[in-house]
Design a protein around this ligand. Structure first.
Ligand SMILES: [Zn+2]
Length: 269
């Protein structure tokens, strides 16, 4: 049976292995500097999801992506389509509840846009509470941070938004859509700061401040795309596919646990 959810018939959904992990990529449509297109997060997120489907075709279903996300802070850049976090939370949980209704028990919300991270964390938790199924959220770069740091050429701060990581992978996938000649280095990392660091692979900000994007980046870039190359991009993407495949195998193996209601019985009964 195909791992592409949209290619299934309703009878195939009825008869499908409901322990396959259903992957839903949620991304964004937004500025990625003068050198990359608005669809960067969707192209990269779906390349990871489809790579997992190629590696483990009998273990997953890949949903059509949600190509919009929580990014109103980007709207000073033309082209951005933003979704309110409350709307995104409701929209994504309507999808997960639909899947649960059809019997699917294991879902991975695969995030490919930074600011969706807290929304998808909530969506996964809400799905568990409302349906009882297993729903996991993960931002794909967090699965491979050590491997990114072993391969990267940029300094800390070079991988945040439209920087080395995203530019390299997009160059590997569609070199004709990336114009590195327009790219500029915009590293805003402050090594003196103890608590703020937006680097995707060497980050782990203890404190979070998301400013208006136009306050911190003149052209939409945050990072160093100038050192990006397609071969490193191929290796970044391969690492993301391998680690996401490992994650879906862990999700498939997770036990479905019974809830236990510890309230005392109603004495009136
Ligand atoms: Zn991006």
């Amino acid at each position: 049976m195909t791992p592409t959810y949209g290619h299934l018939t309703w009878e195939q959904v009825r008869d499908a292995d409901k322990d396959r992990v259903v992957i839903l990529n949620v991304s964004a449509t937004e500025d990625h500097g003068p050198h990359m297109p608005l669809d960067t997060d969707t192209v990269l997120g779906m390349a990871v999801a489809e790579g997992v489907a190629a590696a483990a075709p009998d273990e997953v279903f890949v949903m059509p992506p949600v190509p919009y996300g929580f990014n109103e802070h980007h709207k000073d850049f033309p082209g951005v389509i933003w979704i309110q976090p409350e709307t995104l939370l409701a929209f994504v949980t309507d999808i997960t509840k639909s899947l649960a209704h059809h019997g699917f028990r294991r879902i991975l919300l695969l995030n490919s846009h930074g600011s969706n991270h807290p929304v998808l964390d909530l969506a996964a938790r809400k799905t568990v509470i409302e349906t009882g199924i297993i729903c996991v959220s993960a931002s794909y770069w967090n699965l491979i941070s050590a491997r990114i740091n072993a391969m990267r050429k940029s300094e800390i701060g070079g991988i945040a938004h439209a920087g080395e990581f995203e530019a390299a992978m997009y160059m590997h996938l569609h070199p004709e859509r990336v114009n590195l000649g327009r790219a500029a280095k915009q590293v805003v990392h402050n090594p003196a700061s103890k608590f703020f660091n937006l680097d995707l692979a060497a980050g782990g900000s203890a404190a979070m401040l998301m400013r208006w994007w136009s306050e911190v980046s003149p052209d939409g870039t945050m990072g160093d795309p100038t050192v990006a190359d397609a071969e490193t991009g191929r290796r970044f993407l391969q690492a993301a596919i391998e680690e996401t495949t490992a994650l879906i195998r862990e999700i498939r193996a997770l036990p479905i646990l019974p809830r236990v209601d510890h309230h005392a019985p109603d004495p009136g009964v």
